[in-house]
Design a protein around this ligand. Sequence first.
Ligand code: NDP
Length: 491
Amino acid sequence: MPTKKVSIMHAQPTASHFINGKYVEDTNGKVIECIYPATGEVIAKLHSATPEIIDMALNAAKSAQKAWGKLSGTERGRVLRRASDIIRERNHELSVLETYDTGKPMQETLYVDATSGADALEYFGGLAGSITGEHIPLGEDWVYTKRIPLGVCVGIGAWNYPTQIACWKGAPALACGNSMIFKPSEMTPLCALKIAEILIEAGAPAGIYNVVQGYGDVGAALVTDPRVDKVSLTGSASTGKKVYAAAAAGMKHVTMELGGKSPLIIFDDADIENAIGGAMLANMYSTGQVCSNGTRVFVQSGIKDAFLKRFAERAAAIKIGDPMDEETQFGPMVSKSQRDIVMGFIEQGKAEGATLVCGGNAIDGAGYFIEPTVFADVTDNMTIAREEIFGPVMSVFSFETEEEVIARANDTDLGLAGGVFTNDIKRAHRVVDELDAGTCFINSYNDAPVEAPFGGVKGSGVGRENSKAAIEHYSQLKTVYVRMGNVDSPY
Ligand code: NDP
């Protein structure tokens, strides 16, 4: 673990908020301490938005949106694509910031954070000129539809992918002609500010993409404001219910990207090394802090022992340590409180009788590290089998038949993702057809290309991010009836 103080370069932003094209501060807001999770050091101090700051952001977003919405899609797209290029040019600097914000190792952030944000801006930038309605012939008359912006969108982010979430929400919103106010999690306030800065550098008009910092109360104030037309939240299922209800009271559009407790099913004919690689990605990447993780790993009984033995060998070789070292594969949890929550689940797993195969301990030192942890002999009603843990804790269950495992996999209120490893192509498709999940993987896990819709069913959310599907969630239809003849009025 990193024991010596790291030199923190430029983590402190110019100011806490970015509104109407400029950094803005109001020191009356509650202090937000940004802590580097690998060492526990405070690397920046920001302030939560005061009512004046919230008002300023809403006014900026409201007044900038009209003109932005009237530009052609191609003009808007050009700005997004320029922003994507700038992000790629500055990938290293943005990856360092993502690592400071989250503690995720550079080995990850260099490849999946800023680059995934850039992918979203490039993709939706390319799509912006093709956002069209349709022509519906009705004899002499006709109807045409237009896809029009919703207005002011509020994005509220979780702490695990601060750059990616800021872009996954911002890119489709802006492509469709909306403006956005983004509120990052107070645990990871730094990255979204850079995205706002880069959009201005790329030619976005002031006020189109604003960032305000704050705790849940700032999110709640934004969600309930009548100037807001749409709310897109990435967060836990419980916050999702509150935010969805508050948005419904104002008849606002929503996208809810919430948590999961997803199944990963491994049949005995699967390529075992691939299946273990998939299970590793499904549980250990980003120290297990991924919403779509396949944390309930169902292994067919004939291969269970071999699977566990080999998984433990590979887990023991995971390089844990300083996230800034590009050799490091596994960083700390995002915060002390999140580490404590995860350790609480591990203790509960032990107390309820699951068998600890490897890990299970917090690692000494100032940072918030936990060992990669695997439980076997988990039964369906144990706490670790039912609750989203959001840490590097994998639960392994054994099963006998396809029918049985599908029923058990679906026995949850959540439905974000699901995966299957098998060499039987018919079985693979049959099983994913039956899974209650918005996003499925066959012989793979956790791929999230921008071209593919991403989102959950059941308690895991409403709406889809990414792909052409996101356009429907950031725009609405206007229908225009055109009569060519006289009006046939009976009056
Ligand atoms: P939370 O639900 O605690 O918070 C999410 C965001 O909502 C934060 O910015 C939070 O602010 C804000 N918030 C909290 N209460 C309110 C409220 N009443 N009104 C408006 N905003 C509010 O989630 P975490 O940040 O702990 O993130 C982890 C969760 O996110 C996990 O459940 C994970 O599965 C899910 N997630 C889902 C993804 C998906 O795409 N489906 C992707 C990534 C994560 P504050 O932090 O200041 O309280």
